[in-house]
Design a protein around this ligand. Structure first.
Ligand code: HMG
Ligand code: MG
Length: 307
């Protein structure tokens, strides 16, 4: 029987680094990119074309892309990379186009308070900002992913109902996003809440166009990922080392760790196309660049003998 396949979208260079106290140099980000590619990743969110006043850690995204292009030119990196970056508005999209990205991601939320805190507008205004972004993308054949933050809980408003989330997720698809990543931004959801929302999404549009983006603030991320997997979700965002968090979601910790996700899928004989053995040793570089211990349990203790 053919193995079940899942697609892991690596967040380390964007979600992972955007919340760190230190700004990681472009040189170290290039080194991390090269290591992730060596572990099999082709789909990487490498940064964000947002205001450097709002998220200084993402400054240098343009320079990182330039260096990746140079490395591709000299065959140090393969040609088939699918790089993406966040764009909040037309200005960000212009920068992404100039940088030559084949894919971008727009982001909004299912909570008004979080949207205001994160991108300084209402949810409705965020959709208006996406209109020119999607238009530019369509004419240039650039793929657009959508993120919907606070799909379960908001740091300011508390619980968010599926009835609020589902129409917004569908609206992102209708606008032209090829996929919507459903975010538990502050890592507060439980597996039962994951089941409820994804069951609702499945009834409306199937699960093929939805991804799970789970933060691990309360230790639920891997359980939440498996709740979504059992329902049929096959695309997950994860971050090497478990780095991550949103600077505008107070207290939010990292994404589910890529190493921990690969460990559990490998144990289940699910195909990720990625090399866990090549990721685990990245811990030393990660801890040097972010200047603290990473949260990934698998990266911390390593693989058991014979795994
Ligand atoms: P604003 O201040 O309302 O924007 O910020 P503005 O249009 O009034 O412009 C103000 C200044 O920002 C101007 O510069 C613009 O040029 C500049 P000034 O004249 O003052 O020098 N500006 C920009 N600069 C660079 N790139 C741009 C851009 N647009 C305007 N694209 C804005 C609005 C959206 C720019 C701001 O709020 C922002 O950058 N927010 C970013 C927030 C962010 O990146 N958050 C983290 C990512 S989201 C996340 O982590 C959640 C996710 O992981 C999923 C999940 O976990 O749920 C995706
Ligand atoms: Mg996130």
């Amino acid at each position: 029987m053919a193995k079940t396949k899942v697609r892991i979208v690596e967040m380390g260079l964007r979600d992972g680094l955007q919340n760190e106290k230190v700004s990681v140099s472009v040189e170290d980000r290039l080194r991390l990119t090269t290591s992730l590619v060596a572990a099999g990743f082709r789909e990487l969110e490498i940064g964000a074309f947002v205001s450097a006043k709002w998220v200084p850690q993402m400054a240098g995204t343009k320079e990182l892309i330039q260096q990746i292009l140079v490395a591709q030119g000299s065959k140090k990196l393969p040609q088939d990379l699918r790089l993406s970056a966040l764009v909040p508005n037309e200005q960000g999209m212009r920068d992404a186009v100039a940088a030559g990205l084949p894919e971008v991601a727009v982001f909004t939320a299912a909570s008004e308070s979080f949207t205001k805190a994160n991108i300084n507008c209402t949810i409705e205004e965020s959709f208006e900002r996406f209109v020119p972004v999607l238009k530019m993308a369509k004419s240039r054949k650039i793929k657009v992913r959508g993120y919907l933050s606070c799909s379960f809980w908001c740091p300011f408003e508390g619980r968010i109902a599926p009835a609020t989330v589902i129409p917004l997720a569908l609206r992102l698809l209708e606008m032209g996003c090829y996929e919507v990543s459903i975010g538990d931004t502050i890592g507060a959801a439980s597996p039962a809440e994951i089941e409820k929302l994804f069951t609702g999404l499945k009834a409306k549009a199937g699960l093929r166009k939805f991804a799970g983006h789970f933060h691990d603030t309360r230790g639920q991320a891997l359980a939440n990922l498996h709740a979504a997997f059992r329902l049929g979700v096959r695309t997950f965002d994860a971050s090497v080392g478990g780095l991550g968090g949103c600077p505008y979601a107070p207290g939010a910790k990292g994404n589910v760790s890529t190493e921990d996700v690969l460990y559990s899928f490998q144990g289940m004989n699910v195909d990720t196309g990625l090399d866990l053995g090549a990721l685990v040793p990245l811990r030393a570089h990660l801890e040097t660049i972010v200047q603290h211990q990473v949260s990934s349990r698998v990266a911390q203790v390593g693989l058991p003998k014979g795994f």
